[in-house]
Structures are given as structure tokens and as C-alpha cells.
Design a protein around this ligand. Structure first.
Ligand code: ACO
Ligand code: ZN
Length: 226
């Protein structure tokens, strides 16, 4: 289980002889027996977690040519909350979160992006918040860090001590590795802004990202400025 986490985290630094599985996206060396085993262990479990079979009742909040976004509320039928939880676990695993706890699970809204192949390729968990602390810009000194510093980089962001009003906190945002840079995270956030608070459209300033990863910060910076 630990090794799965590690292999996912390494996905950015493609090593010599390593390939990415074209279905699950895991990067591994096919000629390394242990790697092969890890991949076999991971592959089916992952695909089962993101497989979407269609629900009796679906709360479709956005539709696109390449997929749709469903909103899952805490009181929804078990088949919906179970799938939301499965996908959230996949995301947490990749983010290296050990404890799967939401600050207020009874209020969290989960947005799932379903692609045309019936896979959940995006997951966003949004919660009501009252205030947030802005992440301060850092001088660009983490360029030559190795992957061993990954966890350190996670924590390295500096936050302001001045609270600012916010309405919606994004506690998780995750897009399947093989579906990134297609605007899926952007479209999920746009959808959160128009559907999170009934009858009102949230501004970008009213959205706060909790504890962003390096990927998360690059995305959030881009999103906030456009
Ligand atoms: N590096 C540089 N810029 C990026 C990156 C990146 N890795 N990801 C997004 N951006 C910027 C780009 O400018 C991009 O536009 P472009 O593709 O036209 O250049 C813009 O953000 C919009 O990106 P999207 O395509 O909407 O983002 P995507 O669907 O790829 O999802 C995400 C981004 C969610 C961060 C994805 O990379 C991911 O799941 N990463 C792993 C999990 C993770 O770190 N999640 C964030 C945790 S923080 C949190 O949960 C609060
Ligand atoms: Zn695979």
C-alpha cells in the first residue's frame, strides 16, 4: 500500500526504462518483477474505483462534449456517496493524505467529472467556510528540489496571518493523471462557483484552496488570475 503511494508520487519524474500504463496511468518498469506486481495490484483496484455505471438519480450540474459533472450531497443514496468516497480515497492516496477526514463531512459537496468512457476522471470536494488565509507568493527557490523533498514541499507554503472572508473551501481537487491539462479542474471549479450557493454565483475570491500541493498551487494561481 505504501509502495503504491510512492509510485504515484514519482509519476512526474519519468525514470529510465519506466512506462506509464495507458489505462491506469501508473508509471513503472515493466522489466522489474516487483514493479510489475505493484502495478497488477494497483491497476484493477484503481479502475474499479473510477468506473461509473450510471445511477437511478443523477444530479447533473454541467454537461460538456467530453463529459458531465455530477454533484453528490451527503444525504444522497448510498450508491452515490459510496462512489464519491471511493474516488476521494483514490485522490487522497495520490495526494499522500493518510487520514481521510473532512472538516465537516455532513456538509461536504462532492463534484465528480464523468467522461464519455464512463470513468470518474475528476473529483472535487467543497465545504462551507467562513474565512481563509491567503497563501503568500514564495520566491522561486524550489526548482532544484528532488522528489525526496516532496512531502516537505507540501508543507512549505507560507500563509498570511490575516484572515479573509471566503465562502467555499476546496479541500480536495484531483484529476486522473491521463486526463490532465484538458480543463477538467477549471470546469469543475467554474461549476462549483455557479452551484455551491443556491441562487448566487461565487467570485474567485470567495473560493479558497486548502493546503495546496505544488500541482494544486500552479493550477490555483492560474485559475485565480484568469
Ligand atoms: N503545471 C503547470 N501548470 C498547471 C498544472 C501543472 N501541473 N496544472 C494546471 N496548470 C495550469 C495551466 O496553466 C493550465 O492551463 P493550460 O493547460 O492551458 O496550460 C491551467 O492551470 C488549467 O488546468 P486544468 O487543465 O484545468 O487542470 P487539470 O484538469 O489538469 O487539473 C490538478 C489540475 C487538479 C492540480 C491536477 O494536476 C491533479 O489532480 N494533480 C494531482 C493532485 C493534486 O495535486 N491536486 C491538488 C491538491 S490541492 C487541493 O486539493 C486543495
Ligand atoms: Zn495499469
Amino acid at each position: 500500500k505504501q509502495d503504491d503511494d510512492q509510485l504515484i508520487i514519482d509519476a512526474g519524474q519519468k525514470q529510465f526504462g519506466a512506462t506509464a500504463c495507458s489505462s491506469c496511468g501508473m508509471v513503472y518498469s515493466a522489466d522489474n518483477p516487483e514493479d510489475n506486481f505493484q502495478h497488477t495490484q494497483f491497476h484493477q483496484r484503481f479502475l474499479d474505483s473510477i468506473k461509473f455505471v450510471g445511477w437511478k438519480k443523477e444530479r447533473v450540474v454541467a454537461e460538456f462534449w467530453d463529459g458531465k459533472i455530477l454533484l453528490v450531497m451527503p444525504d444522497d443514496p448510498k450508491y452515490a456517496t459510496k462512489k464519491a468516497e471511493d474516488v476521494r480515497r483514490v485522490a487522497d492516496n495520490e495526494l499522500g493524505f493518510q487520514q481521510v477526514t473532512l472538516s465537516r463531512p455532513t456538509q461536504a459537496k462532492t463534484y465528480l467529472f464523468i467522461n464519455t468512457e464512463q470513468l470518474v476522471v475528476g473529483c472535487l470536494v467543497a465545504e462551507s467556510i467562513r474565512q481563509a488565509f491567503r497563501v503568500l507568493e514564495q520566491p522561486d527557490q524550489q526548482k532544484d528540489m528532488t522528489k525526496d523533498d516532496f512531502m516537505e514541499r507540501h508543507r512549505a507554503w507560507c500563509c498570511s496571518t490575516v484572515p479573509e472572508a471566503a465562502v467555499c473551501g476546496i479541500s480536495r481537487i484531483w484529476v486522473f493523471s491521463l486526463a490532465r491539462r484538458q480543463g477538467i479542474a477549471t470546469r469543475m471549479l467554474d461549476t462549483v462557483r455557479s452551484t455551491f450557493t443556491y441562487g448566487s454565483h461565487l467570485t474567485k475570491e470567495e473560493i479558497a484552496f486548502s493546503d495546496p500541493t505544488p500541482d494544486g498551487k500552479l493550477f490555483a494561481t492560474k485559475y485565480s488570475n484568469t
